[in-house]
Design a protein around this ligand. Structure first.
Ligand SMILES: [Zn+2]
Length: 169
């Protein structure tokens, strides 16, 4: 059952009456993503998904981490994943990222990537699939942005779509 969220969006005029301050803070900062996440983001720019394997427990961590919290030791090697996977869980959202109500729902969820350890899911959007058709266990593959538009971010993958053509819409 879909229940209507309470409240409503403020109009531009209403929003202008809300007390607020306009300022342009000069908050300049630099932030290091660390060796594991930096490599992960660089590889995304190249259209690849990379993970780290721990040779003691055998888990393949994605997003990669330099340390295995289960074995309490550094992870051992880089491994590329094929990018394919299955839908581990999903949500049909009628609210966008700015909490605006939307007619066409956004499909988001967790992808269990092939070759990655259990419950090492990657959260992302789903596309080319209807809310009626998507289901847990559905085989999916990434749809990448064109290389010139990639910037080393998880959004370099536009979304995951069904692997089987007959499931696409
Ligand atoms: Zn381990």
């Amino acid at each position: 059952m879909i229940t209507e969220p309470r409240g409503r969006k403020l109009s531009k005029e209403e929003f202008a009456q809300v007390p607020h301050v306009t300022a342009q803070p000069r908050a300049r900062y630099a932030w290091s993503a660390g060796p594991a996440m930096s490599r992960f983001l660089e590889e995304l720019k190249r259209g690849k998904i990379i993970a780290r394997r721990c040779n003691r427990c055998g888990r393949v961590l994605v997003p990669p981490r330099m340390f295995c919290e289960r074995c309490f030791r550094p992870t051992d090697e880089w491994v590329y994943l094929p990018g394919t996977g299955v839908v581990e869980t999903f949500s049909v959202s009628y609210i966008d990222t700015n909490a605006n109500r939307i007619e066409e729902p956004i499909l988001v969820g967790v992808i269990a990537l092939d070759g990655a350890c259990e419950h090492c899911g990657l959260m992302h959007y789903f596309g080319e699939v209807s809310p009626e058709r998507i289901h847990i266990g559905m085989p999916v593959e990434p749809v990448w942005k064109p290389e010139s538009e990639r910037e080393g971010a998880i959004t370099d993958i536009k979304y995951f779509r069904p692997r089987r053509e007959e499931d696409r819409q």
